[in-house]
Design a protein around this ligand. Structure first.
Ligand SMILES: *Cc1c(COP(=O)(O)O)cnc(C)c1O
Ligand code: SF4
Length: 449
């Protein structure tokens, strides 16, 4: 194993030609990759290319599909349009127009993220904060809105910016602290991105250390959502500030908080290298725990056995499986999506093959506009085949754990195409949700004024 690779080398769109492992591709195939990478942001790095991808298994290797754009991720028509423009060496302006047009059809802000979850503080909105469920606030530090590599199924990239300067981060962290201080119902702060672990230790400290003070006794749990264990485990082992990161984790734990690293793993292959195992060991030695989550994605982890092996491996390494998500309705969704009934079959098939220590995982879960909805099962009631659903988290907490039913539909891939069962017109929460939408929109337009 190449334990000596420690320095991050990032490859972006313009480096597709120079990645040595891509020499096996024809000029035509490279052009195809470059065309898709115009629309779906591309970034990978030396660890992913040299240690995760099996180059003897292309294009089926799951990690290859996870970070390298494939022609099928765009519709044929869109793909051909971009490939043609690229071949003609068209002007940047024309290319940008074509790309923007395609991107706008790919729904970059799913499920009301932009409009309905942004909290207000005094007169303005709080930048970089989402507060959907009472006890947990999401924080998006500006300097952490990028990742060590990009997943091809991700469409968070409209927020992939880089505003790393000290003044901005300080002001921003001040804003969210003020908000949290006034909201005593909040017990959990979840730092997310992009990937907050792309930040330097001092930047991370700017957001987290204040929460250890006396004004934040209501904050019990600090979570950091990250893909760094998969894409750059050296973050915790050999990066120049790796030890500083671990010291910060220790400090949080000694202050009496529960620190949870919410690690995004899509495949057991990401758990095999010596360096990821060392990173997990080092994080756990600080007293932090690691919980794992992943979407179920076609072409990458759409097999029961992949989940069985992944969960077992995670538990063996001391990680706690947490969520299996249904892939969101964004990005190259036709390529990645899986019908809800298949998602349930895969979950049900996998969960029965692992011990109770892996059964902490909940799924398949749709994180949708009204809340986090779990597909509990498929049943036949009064001769009607139905999905049994319930909320794990809801905009109105009282909706949680109340079973509800949708008509079975073998094609449906998301809540928005499900119909209530038993001839009903609406789900039990629909009217209340409509009202919330109207009210929130009113508030939002007032804030803009
Ligand atoms: C998933 C999620 C959370 C956290 O929910 P838990 O059930 O506490 O893990 C918080 N806010 C938003 C917007 C979420 O989607
Ligand atoms: S790690 Fe998360 S935010 Fe980053 S590209 Fe992948 S899915 Fe998107």
């Amino acid at each position: 194993m190449k334990e000596n690779i420690q320095k991050l080398r990032t490859y972006s769109y313009k480096d597709i030609d120079i990645i040595p492992q891509l020499k096996q591709f024809s000029a035509q195939e490279i052009l195809a990759m470059k065309s898709v990478a115009q629309v779906i942001p591309f970034r990978t790095n030396n660890y992913v290319v040299e240690q995760l991808i099996d180059w003897d298994n292309i294009p089926d290797d799951p990690i290859f599909r996870l970070t390298f754009p494939q022609p099928e991720m765009l519709s044929r028509e869109n793909f051909e349009r971009i490939a043609k423009l690229l071949e003609e060496n068209t002007s940047q302006a024309v290319m940008k127009q074509a790309v923007d047009k395609i991107r706008s059809t790919l729904n970059p802000h799913p499920d009301g993220q932009k409009n309905y979850n942004v909290p207000k503080f005094h007169s303005g909105t709080v930048r970089g904060v989402q507060h959907k469920y009472p006890e947990t606030v999401l924080v998006f530090p500006s300097a952490g809105q990028t990742c060590h590599a990009y997943c091809t199924f991700c469409f968070r990239w409209p927020q992939f910016i880089n505003l790393g300067d000290l003044k901005f981060a300080t002001r921003e962290s001040g804003d969210f602290q003020n908000y949290i201080q006034e909201h005593k119902e909040i017990t959990d702060v979840l730092l997310t991105g992009g990937d907050p672990m792309t930040m330097k230790a001092w930047q991370l400290a700017l957001y987290l250390e204040p929460l250890l003070g006396p004004d934040f006794e209501h904050i019990q749990n600090i979570r950091i959502g990250t893909k760094s264990l998969s894409y750059w485990p050296y973050r915790y082992v050999t990066d120049p500030d790796a030890d500083e990161i671990l010291a910060l984790f220790e400090k949080i734990v000694s202050a009496g908080k529960h620190l949870a690293i919410m690690a995004h793993f899509n495949h057991w292959k990401e758990l095999e290298t010596p360096v990821v195992q060392e990173a997990i060991r080092r994080i756990r030695s600080t007293g932090a725990c690691i919980r794992t989550q992943s979407p179920l994605v076609n072409h990458i982890n759409n097999l029961e056995k992949v989940w069985v092996k992944m969960w077992k491996k995670q538990v063996k390494l001391g990680c706690i499986p947490y969520y299996m998500f249904v892939e969101r309705q964004t990005g190259a969704k036709n390529y990645f999506e899986i019908p809800i009934f298949r998602a349930w079959e895969i979950f049900q098939g996998a969960i029965q093959k692992v011990s109770g220590l892996s059964r902490t995982v909940r799924g398949p879960v749709m994180s949708a506009l009204p809340g986090k909805i779990i597909i509990d099962g498929i049943a036949e009631i009064n001769n009607e085949k139905v999905f049994v659903l319930s909320f794990l988290q809801a905009r109105n907490p009282d909706w949680c754990k109340r079973p509800f039913f949708a008509k079975f539909d073998p094609e449906s891939t998301w809540l928005t195409t499900l119909k209530p069962a038993f001839g009903k017109e609406k789900f039990f929460f629909d009217s209340a949700l409509e009202e919330m939408k109207i009210n929130k929109q009113l508030q939002l337009s007032q804030a803009i004024k």
